[in-house]
Design a protein around this ligand. Structure first.
Ligand code: CO
Length: 216
């Protein structure tokens, strides 16, 4: 059986480097984590939270799934959200989509992909909801990019509607929800203009952000 010794080699080298460059870092972390951010992103191996925002261990709490979906009945995502908001007291929730998302592409290519189609149905619902806007796209690549953006916005909107975030706002907790998209070609993040720190006019903010995409 292959033991993946190459990964253990890399791990030892990394631990040694950390011990040399920042001898107290690991010891400090053992006591507790105190992340300011919760990152909800795609499982895609090219979209790693820690690398993209260049933070050290302990800075960002992470939940990732195929196409960064926030489904109201997903106990995994909701448990992460609950812990991040009410135990870790994160200040920011970053919902980060990415261009060229394979899950988004698979949701709209009209081909069966097996079991994952059940998960991707949520993206097809979003496509259906915004079909007029998507129909204006000049080609498939543009449509895919736009749907990746809209998906990030809709998932951030879902975060805002969870009992967890509503409760945090109700008790006056400092908590802001953001929708971003990541461009793998440039390595750059883009703010999608949905930055919400209270339950007021969340629907209107979503509509405005989507309208902004339509008007560019
Ligand atoms: Co993806």
């Amino acid at each position: 059986m292959k033991k993946l010794s190459n990964l253990f080699d890399k791990n030892r080298a990394w631990a040694q480097k950390v011990a040399q460059q920042n001898p107290h870092m690991l010891a400090q972390q053992v006591a507790q984590q105190n992340p300011e951010y919760l990152w909800i992103g795609c499982s895609d191996s090219r979209v790693s939270a820690d690398q993209i925002i260049d933070v050290k261990p302990g800075d960002v709490f992470v939940h990732r799934n195929v196409s960064n979906l926030v489904i109201h009945t997903d106990m995994n995502c909701l448990s992460v959200l609950e812990y991040a908001v009410h135990s870790l007291n994160v200040k920011h929730i970053l919902v980060v989509g990415h261009y060229g998302c394979g899950g988004v592409k698979a949701a709209i290519d009209g081909v069966s992909h097996g079991f994952i189609d059940n998960w991707l149905c949520h993206i097809r619902d979003i496509k259906q909801k915004h079909w007029r806007l998507l129909a204006n796209c000049e080609d498939q690549a543009t449509e895919l990019d736009l749907l990746c953006e809209i998906n990030a916005l809709e998932q951030a909107y879902n975060v805002c509607n969870t009992t967890i975030v509503r409760k945090a706002w109700a008790i006056g907790q400092d908590l802001c929800v953001h929708a971003w998209v990541y461009n793998m070609r440039t390595g750059l993040l883009q703010d999608l203009g949905f930055t919400i720190d209270s339950p007021e006019a969340v629907e209107e903010h979503l509509e405005n952000a989507i309208q902004k995409l339509a008007n560019r």
